[in-house]
Design a protein around this ligand. Structure first.
Ligand code: UT7
Length: 323
């Protein structure tokens, strides 16, 4: 008998304000056409004034709990993947814990930028397999609108806000790739590339800072590393792209998503794409896409799902799940 971390429910939350590409034309030198053709993005959501990452995370968590038919009291760990927590401390996860009315269990944040949700899922899986938690609420939530430089057209048009949540629950399997649950994970980082995507501020430099990115360089790494990590995760359980029902990629750029799918030999009909509606929501993008894929009726129980993401660090990785 093998312990498996099985998906019990998903949910998401998007702030009310939708910002179409055309809105950026009024304050930076850009066009709807450029943004669509270079990134695939058509619109994104921005948090309201005063709306925080942990508030959005709570709403996504409530939706996932409702779908799972569980109460917050039945969860024993909360992990929030975010680079834009409300406060320096405590963690967004403890705020979610309190927001949901939980008074037991444990909670912590994971900071791996756009790869954060993949890292959080891998950690949740490890906690369950090690017997340290039975039900883990894994959330990706971000307010990247707070760290944009609104005069930098090369970055401010790309990002959005939102939150997605997924509940993993301990179950059993045979140890075969036919089991439901997380089947394999592959995590990587390489700090030599920290200067191509970063925020130029933080607590010890006494400022919040703004996101800075060498887009072309990040693009080059993404195309090379995403297919490699997905192949590595699949290979650990003897699977290939041909076995995949859905790739659920980090939603940064439609051209990266297409190139990765092509390298994996998976047609675009089997890729969940939400970048046009959400923009790049960093750690929130994969759970938002998973929840959207389920709501659209694309993702159904028993299917093989591969998630993959890359972001600041660089940090990248992949998780293979049988839904
Ligand atoms: O989530 C973390 C991971 N992040 C990513 O995966 C993002 C990776 N990078 C990308 O998605 C792409 O590199 C971008 C969408 C950021 C940019 O696309 P690109 O095809 O690499 O364009 P570029 O940076 O080479 O810029 C091409 C041109 C430049 O003008 P020149 O030098 O050719 O005259 C830019 O100045 O487009 C210009 N440009 C813009 N033009 C209109 C840059 N931003 C804009 C803009 N509107 N918003």
């Amino acid at each position: 008998m093998t312990v498996r971390a099985v998906v019990r429910g998903v949910g998401h939350y998007l702030p009310e304000r939708v910002v179409p590409n055309a809105e950026f034309e009024s304050f930076v030198d850009t066009t709807d056409e450029w943004i669509r053709t270079r990134s695939g993005i058509e619109r994104r959501h921005f948090a309201a004034e005063g709306e925080t990452t942990s508030q959005m995370a709570c709403k996504a968590a409530e939706a996932a709990l409702a779908q799972a038919g569980l109460t917050a009291g039945e969860i024993d760990a909360v992990i929030v993947a975010t680079s834009t927590a409300d406060l320096t401390f405590p963690s967004a996860a403890t705020m979610v814990q309190d927001g949901l009315g939980m008074t037991a269990g444990f909670a912590f944040d994971v900071q791996a930028v756009c790869a954060g949700f993949v890292y959080a899922l891998a950690n949740a899986n490890a906690l369950i397999v090690a017997g340290q938690a039975n039900r883990v609420l894994v959330i990706g939530a971000e307010t990247f609108s707070r760290i944009m430089d609104w005069s930098d057209r090369a970055t401010c048009v790309l990002f959005g806000d939102g939150a997605g949540a997924l509940i993993l629950e301990a179950g059993t399997g045979t140890g075969e790739a036919s089991d439901r649950g997380v089947l394999s994970t592959d995590l990587n980082s390489d700090g030599r590339f920290r200067d191509i995507l970063y925020v130029d501020g933080g607590v010890s430099t006494q400022s919040t800072g703004h996101l800075r990115m060498e887009g072309k360089e990040v693009f080059r790494h993404a195309v090379e590393k995403l297919a490699a990590t997905a192949h590595a995760a699949l290979g650990k359980v003897g699977l290939t792209g041909a076995d995949v029902d859905w790739i659920v990629p980090h939603q940064a750029n439609l051209r990266i998503i297409k190139a990765t799918a092509q390298k994996m030999g998976v047609p675009m009909e089997r890729v969940v794409v939400t970048v046009q509606d959400h923009g790049n929501t960093s750690a929130a993008s994969i759970p938002l896409a998973l929840s959207t894929g389920v709501a659209r009726g694309q993702i159904t129980p028993g299917q093989l799902i591969v998630t993959e993401a890359i972001g600041g660090g660089l940090a990248w990785g992949s998780v293979v799940i049988r839904w």
